[in-house]
Design a protein around this ligand. Structure first.
Ligand code: HPA
Length: 238
């Protein structure tokens, strides 16, 4: 298979920067492009998975809305790594806290993702339940967060296939037995793709709700509050 791919209409590899930020929400990709980037070009709109390439402080970077869940980010990140020569993908997403030590709007740096998902097994025969983020990318992200004076908490997270569980206290077992501090729905598949294809992936998350405390943010609050995480990730522009 070549380019364009079934899900990305770009026919020139150079239209993507080597580093791509992936928020889940395509409108958040648009927000980042309009708020932070210069010389922006919209490069994808297939299925409204909006993607943009521009410059940040004079350095190139792309942003691409991954959609929700492992199947969706699995498709887009695979095509970007494999067919568009993208080297680094940094997911910037939201998560639900499993721990009472985490507060709304805390910014988390994912060390590794635990999942009961079959994504990695089916894709490549990978048998473990945990996959690590890239250490180099994490060290760079931690350095940029320090320079911007934004506190980061390093955690293991749960990548879940299910948002609405009938027995929602199941999370306590996953927290206590697996050591997961928060839940989202994408990182495990992103990290699996990077591992299989010899590329680099990382993930920054902002706490948008707490399963422990029963608190939540509105989608409008999220849009604005997530700028801290975006500013850290944008420093990865090359
Ligand atoms: N569950 C799964 N994914 C999430 C959540 C959640 O509670 N919050 C933000 N992303």
């Amino acid at each position: 298979m070549g380019i364009p791919t079934p899900h990305i209409e770009v026919s020139n590899k150079d239209d993507f920067a080597k580093t791509v930020l992936m928020p889940g929400d395509p409108l958040r990709a648009k927000f980042i492009a309009e708020t932070f980037l210069e010389d922006v070009v919209q490069v994808n709109s297939v299925r409204n998975a909006l993607a943009y390439t521009g410059t940040y402080k004079g350095r190139r970077i792309s942003v691409f809305g991954s959609g929700m869940g492992m199947p969706s980010i699995g498709i887009y990140s695979y095509e970007l790594f494999k067919f568009y020569d993208v080297e680094n993908i940094i997911r910037i997403g939201s998560c639900g806290a499993y721990s009472d030590k985490l507060n709304l709007y805390d910014v988390l740096l994912v060390q590794d993702a635990w999942s009961e998902s079959t994504y990695a097994k089916v894709q490549s025969g990978y048998q473990e339940s945990t996959i690590e983020a890239d250490k180099d990318l994490n060290n760079q992200l931690a350095t940029f967060a320090g320079e911007l004076d934004i506190p980061l908490t390093r955690v293991r997270i749960h990548s879940s296939d299910v948002f609405y569980r009938e027995n929602f206290t199941d999370y306590e077992k996953i927290r206590d037995e697996e050591g997961c501090m928060a839940v989202e729905m994408e990182s495990f598949a992103l990290f699996a793709n990077a591992k299989v294809l010899g590329k680099k992936a990382a993930c920054l998350l902002t706490v948008s709700d707490s399963l422990v405390k029963g608190e939540a943010t509105t989608s409008e609050e999220r849009q604005n509050a997530f700028t801290k995480m975006m500013e850290i990730a944008l420093e990865m522009a090359k």
